[in-house]
Design a protein around this ligand. Structure first.
Ligand code: SF4
Length: 692
């Protein structure tokens, strides 16, 4: 039997790996299995299981296939009732939406309309076209804060730029530290590179994470600290590096600021001090510090998780200081990688409309609950939000402060349009639901954070039913609203071709055939900042000027520290909650897919046995977690992979999968982190009790 035709593509999901794929195309509308591209130097044939089963998602029986118009009432907390919607034609849907937008613009002003999006696809055309629409229509703009606002600020505070060591050089590393990530579950390729280094180079592997993840299970050393205390651990490690002779003073004299002041600052940040904050044994902190200090080629793979905290930017900056103290940047296989987004020099104006002047207000997306319920500070003196147009995200589940978000979405006077692949809980509250394509059904171009390739993905199969891409829907709306910009006139393929050409890059077909282009810096020395960091004085900053990465700098410490602004455990709320990603889901994507749901089973609160006893809970039975924002009920699982006082709920399950219908972000505050905003998903104090 002949092998099915395999076509190249790119994983579009919100994951740093941006894997190069080979997709079995069975006929013009059907795919088979999905594989990692073997000849891609980063992917190396390895992809996660959920994407290898992508046929389950593309051909899911619950895909939205026609535009739908609401005829029933908006109701929160009830199962979806198909009778609430009737199918309509695309023309009727887009004509009505455009008329309604215009009516709102004329009566309330264009800022009363808020197009809202995030990273359901990471393809630049289909993700960021909404930026162009916002600017062209002068609607409320969006400050995107779900994911990287805190981590970007923290990393750039020291280095001045978001880029770092090449993951492929892990093959030369002698020590790999994954700090605040769980690549076995969320970025499996990293583990492939770790395994290679262990096998061929006898590399040691360390994980820093508040719970024993599947990645931590594989580590030689796991530092299982309390959530939000990473800055303290990093400071104590650097204290030891200075005090025990592991610091590279020559490197610091050439490449960093204020090394001696920093050393003096760290004098009191001893392992004993950090032990009292992190809950880690002093010996373990010493063991890690000495291992890091005595190894030349240390590769620090910095994740996002530990930065989603009120002190997250400070913690990220503290961790990013380690290789600057030891000079690990000097070595191939040494240094650090948080993300590589800044290596790409693309002119994206055709997509984003960056060339359109727009001074409309900018609203923090993590504050959507407050914005929709009329919080004056979030509305900044402007009109209330009267229309919401959502692509690529599911705020009813993803955004912090779920109860407030649902109250906003349920407003009968809010005109909501959701362009989606499935009837999500956000779509259930929409006035119009529009069926969206998946990545194999449209063209797009992809940069990466975890590697250095620029890749394109072609449309490989026909879209089912009447699904349309984000770009095509925006074109249809722009035409009806009279919006003018070249990006609305060109097809996705033409936008990509023009963008590649204006950025002096190979053309679309060449990128498809070659599997993408490696945009890595010219040399290892360049990648590892041997010619200077990207700060004004070219030095890594131990004492950053926080105003260069955000405007809310009040109280941020001068040097790395434990910044005690977290939602600390208290008498009322004695546990600290971590809402880590589940292996078979990716944010809310895949939570609709039968195979992923089967493997994840149900939402669980992972709680230490001491806490099970202390709070008279029973393994496997329902418990309620709560704080001033609300209550969430789910089953408890006894778990010795956390410190007492920490509870982990792997997510993101839809609200409806929790007993009582409210999901885990009910408990998460929408208070923005400093200095540039950012959702604080892992910075929540809660109480627990057996559910009645
Ligand atoms: S590891 Fe990440 S990028 Fe790769 S296939 Fe899975 S979700 Fe996509």
């Amino acid at each position: 039997m002949s092998r099915p035709d395999r076509q190249r593509s790119v994983c579009p999901h919100d994951c740093p790996s941006v894997c190069a794929l080979e997709v079995e195309v069975l006929n013009k509308s059907t795919i088979g299995r999905v594989y990692g591209a073997k000849n891609h130097s980063y992917t190396q044939g390895v992809i996660c299981a959920k994407v290898s089963r992508y046929a389950d998602r593309v051909h899911h029986p619950d895909r939205l296939l026609t535009p739908l118009k609401r005829v029933g009432q908006k109701r929160v907390g009830v199962a979806h009732d198909p009778a609430d919607f009737v199918p309509v034609s695309w023309d009727e849907a887009l004509d009505t939406i455009a008329q309604k937008f215009e009516q709102i613009r004329q009566t309330e002003g264009s800022e009363a309309i808020w197009p809202f999006h995030y990273a359901g696809t990471m393809g630049l055309v289909q993700r960021d076209g909404l930026d162009r629409f916002r600017r062209a229509y002068a609607t409320s703009q969006q400050h995107s804060t779900y994911c990287v606002a805190l981590s970007d600020a923290g990393f750039k505070a020291g280095t001045g730029v978001k880029r770092g060591s090449d993951t492929r050089l892990m093959s030369k590393s002698e020590l790999i530290v994954v700090w605040g990530g769980n690549p076995v579950s969320t970025q499996v390729n990293v583990m492939h590179h770790v395994a290679h280094a262990r096998r061929h180079n006898n590399a040691r592997f360390v994980v820093v994470d508040p719970y024993r993840t599947k990645t931590a299970d594989k580590a030689d050393l796991h530092l299982m600290l309390k959530p939000g205390t990473d800055g303290a651990l990093a400071c104590a490690v650097m204290h030891v590096l200075f005090e025990e002779g592991y610091a590279d003073h020559g490197y610091m004299a050439q490449h960093t600021d204020r090394a001696e002041d920093f050393r003096a600052h760290l004098a009191t940040r001893t392992p004993e001090w950090a032990a009292s904050i992190t809950g880690l044994p002093v010996q373990k902190i010493l063991e890690f510090a000495r291992l890091y200090g005595s190894t030349r080629k240390t590769f620090l793979r910095i994740g996002y998780g530990f930065t989603r905290s009120r002190n997250g930017a400070v913690n990220m900056h503290a961790v990013s200081c380690l290789p600057a103290v030891t000079g690990a940047w000097r070595h191939e296989g040494g240094g650090a990688l948080y993300g590589n987004s800044d290596i790409y020099k693309l002119d994206k104006a055709l997509i984003t409309g960056a060339d359109i002047h727009c001074d409309a207000r900018v609203i923090d997306q993590s504050r959507i609950g407050h914005a929709l319920t009329g919080n004056e500070s979030d509305l900044q003196g402007g009109p209330p939000i009267k229309a919401l147009f959502v692509q690529n995200t599911n705020p009813a589940v993803v955004a912090p402060d779920t109860r407030r978000v649902l109250a906003g979405l349920a407003r009968e006077d809010l005109f909501t349009v959701v362009h989606e692949q499935f009837m999500t809980e956000t779509a259930q509250l929409a006035d119009f639901v529009l069926p969206a394509t998946m990545f194999l059904e449209h063209d797009d171009i992809y940069t990466a954070s975890g590697h250095t390739h620029l890749q394109v993905g072609r449309q490989l199969i026909d879209a089912p039913g009447e699904c349309r891409s984000n770009h095509v829907v925006l074109q249809g709306l722009a035409r009806r609203l009279g919006l003018e910009h070249q990006g609305f006139d060109l097809s996705a393929r033409e936008i990509i071709a023009t963008m590649l050409s204006s950025s002096n890059l190979p053309d679309f077909d060449t990128l498809v055939e070659s599997g993408g282009i490696d945009c890595k810096p010219d040399s290892f020395q360049e990648a590892n900042f041997h010619n200077g960091f990207q700060t004004p004085d070219k030095r890594f900053h131990f004492a950053p000027d926080w105003t260069t990465v955000g405007s809310h700098v009040e109280g941020l410490p001068e040097f790395p520290d434990h910044w005690a602004v977290i939602d600390a455990a208290s008498k009322t709320c004695p546990l600290r909650l971590v809402t880590a990603p589940a292996r078979q889901f990716l944010n809310t994507s895949f939570s609709e897919t039968a195979s992923s749901r089967r493997m994840e089973k149900q939402p669980l609160a992972l709680i230490h046995v001491d806490d099970i006893k202390r709070y008279a809970l029973h393994d496997g039975e329902p418990v309620t977690l709560g704080n001033e924002l609300g209550e969430v009920t789910l089953l408890v699982k006894q778990f010795d992979g956390v410190q007492p006082g920490t509870v982990v709920v792997e997510s993101l399950w839809p609200n409806k999968d929790f007993i009582g219908g409210l999901g885990i972000n009910t408990l998460v505050s929408s208070e923005p982190g400093k200095p540039a905003g950012g959702a604080v998903y892992h910075d929540t104090a809660v109480w627990v009790k057996a559910a009645v």
